[in-house]
Design a protein around this ligand. Structure first.
Ligand code: CMP
Length: 131
């Protein structure tokens, strides 16, 4: 999911280019604007964290671009491509190193397991859109 800071800064195309050049196939993609409530549902796992309210406000502040991506070993490969959550700690040349503004407005989200990738894909896309 390309996040509101990166979409708002006009970096959607540059980020998609990096994703494709890294060998990912885009299975589904759209542009949409989350409500605060839907942002809270997506990040429900973080609801006890001190940054949860700000995260929901930020994630509903502008459009996002969710995608379903396919590649061998996709979860690990994508996490390498995007870099660490905190852009200060992200490797040079990673998406967050290049485009993130802060630990919160960090340009992009990647699923952390195959199981969560399926849950998160189903959050944004119906089976009809996927295939
Ligand atoms: P993401 O990888 O999408 O998963 C949870 C998100 O919460 C994270 O990216 C950031 O956008 C945000 N986040 C994580 N840690 C912090 C933090 N310490 N302060 C503020 N936001 C955070």
């Amino acid at each position: 999911m390309i996040k509101p800071d990166a979409v708002g800064a006009g970096n959607t195309g540059a980020i998609i280019k990096m994703i494709e050049e890294a060998g990912f196939r885009i299975i589904a993609m759209k542009k949409m604007h989350l409500t605060r409530e839907r942002a809270g549902q997506f990040y429900a796992i973080h609801k006890e964290r001190p940054f949860f309210n700000d995260l929901c406000t930020y994630m509903s502040s502008g459009p996002i671009v969710p995608m379903i991506l396919e590649k061998e070993n996709a979860v690990e490969s994508f996490r390498k491509l995007i870099g660490a959550t905190d852009p200060q700690k992200a490797e040079p040349g990673t998406i967050r190193n290049l485009f993130a503004k802060s630990i919160e407005a960090n340009a992009i989200h990647g699923s952390d397991s195959d199981a969560n990738a399926e849950i998160e894909s189903n959050f944004f896309f119906s089976k009809l859109e996927q295939f």
